[in-house]
Write a protein that binds this ligand. Structure first.
Ligand code: GDP
Length: 321
């Protein structure tokens, strides 16, 4: 069914589900610059895994638009060791929100997926058409299966009910309000923690997981948020839309850049008992670029902001833990 590709946020009630996470909080900050009313629901008031709670909240608050940024997320170790949570939490959050968005007549829904939905051996850079063309990376297949289901739900509700529900696939993210947890977090947050701690302690060695050779693309949180608002307004298609900057670096290069940002001059060693995960993950962002959006933040500038955020907000807590 053909749907209009332009959507105006003006005067709309927009629910950001997952507003406390790195992506969701950046989306709230970005939406504050739009002429819309932002709705949020605290975890203490509503468990998104409860169908009754989500349906009740939606019926009562009647958002015009929804950004589905809520998810159980984590780095390679968390993904690999908590398969049940990553599958169950994400499937149930998606089905609850997408289904009740249809039931309450939500006019636009944006679902956030992940670059890990693409096959491990997908041709690089990865195009949206690579979805479901091969086996997944085993360290995060549980999360990927849940996210693929979310994409499929958006497609199904578009086809059967004519809902303007879209899916965005962000690349690896870093930025403000990341999860600073050495075992559960993603690589950027973990390395900021380790390198900052080494700097304070005067240590000259930091251990990286794996071989340091995998390649990843890193997008700054505020750029992701800008892309989400752009896509809400200008994207309407059942094919997911990749969000990234198309630039990749190795994990060792990433660590070196974080060390430069932090002003730490030690060296890195490798714990190869830990998994590398995908050897390479870089997005083909040509469809996004053709629509007229490109990432604005230079990597060094984003990294400086992320490091500053950590030192101001989390470093003392992490030190106590
Ligand atoms: P992925 O992109 O889904 O594999 O998730 P991560 O962000 O957790 O990891 C990216 C890469 O960084 C993997 O190759 C990890 O092995 C590597 N890495 C190196 N050191 C660390 C670390 O301290 N924590 C994490 N999470 N990953 C690390």
């Amino acid at each position: 069914m053909a749907l209009p590709s332009e959507y105006s946020l003006a005067g709309k009630k927009v629910w950001v589900a997952g507003h406390r996470g790195m992506a969701g909080s950046a989306i709230v900050r970005r939406l504050q610059r739009e002429d819309c009313h932002i709705l949020t629901a605290d975890r203490s008031r509503m468990d998104l895994r409860s169908q009754a709670a989500v349906e009740g909240w939606m019926a009562e608050n009647r958002p015009d638009a929804v950004v589905l940024a809520a998810a159980t997320v984590g780095g390679i170790h968390a993904n690999n060791t908590r398969p049940a949570e990553f599958l169950y939490d994400n499937l149930v959050i998606e089905t609850n929100i997408i289904h009740s968005a249809w039931r309450t007549g939500v006019g636009k829904l944006l679902f956030l997926g992940s670059s890990c939905i693409y096959p491990r051996a997908a041709e690089q850079p990865m195009r949206e058409e690579a979805l479901l063309t091969g086996p997944l990376e085993p360290t995060n297949e549980w999360y990927a299966i849940a996210k693929i289901s979310g994409i499929k739900m958006c497609q199904a509700y578009r086809r059967q009910y004519g809902c303007d529900f879209i899916s965005l696939m962000p690349t690896n993210l870093f930025g403000l309000g990341d999860r600073y947890d050495l075992t559960q977090g993603h690589v950027v947050a973990a390395l900021i923690m380790k390198i900052h701690a080494a700097k304070l302690a005067g240590d000259t060695e930091v251990v990286l997981w794996g071989t340091g050779t995998p390649k990843r693309e890193f997008l700054f949180s505020e750029d992701l948020a800008d892309a989400c608002v752009f896509a809400m307004k200008h994207y309407s298609d059942e094919l997911p839309l990749n969000i990234g900057n198309g630039k990749e670096i190795t994990i060792l290069e990433l660590a070196t850049k974080i060390a430069e940002t932090a002003g730490w001059t030690g060296h890195f060693t490798f714990d190869t008992s830990k998994p590398d995960g995908s050897p390479r993950k870089v997005m083909d962002v040509s469809r996004l670029t053709a629509l007229g959006w490109t990432a604005k933040t230079e990597f060094a500038q984003g990294m400086a902001a992320a490091y500053e955020w950590y030192v101001a907000n989390s470093a003392s807590e992490a030190g106590r833990g």
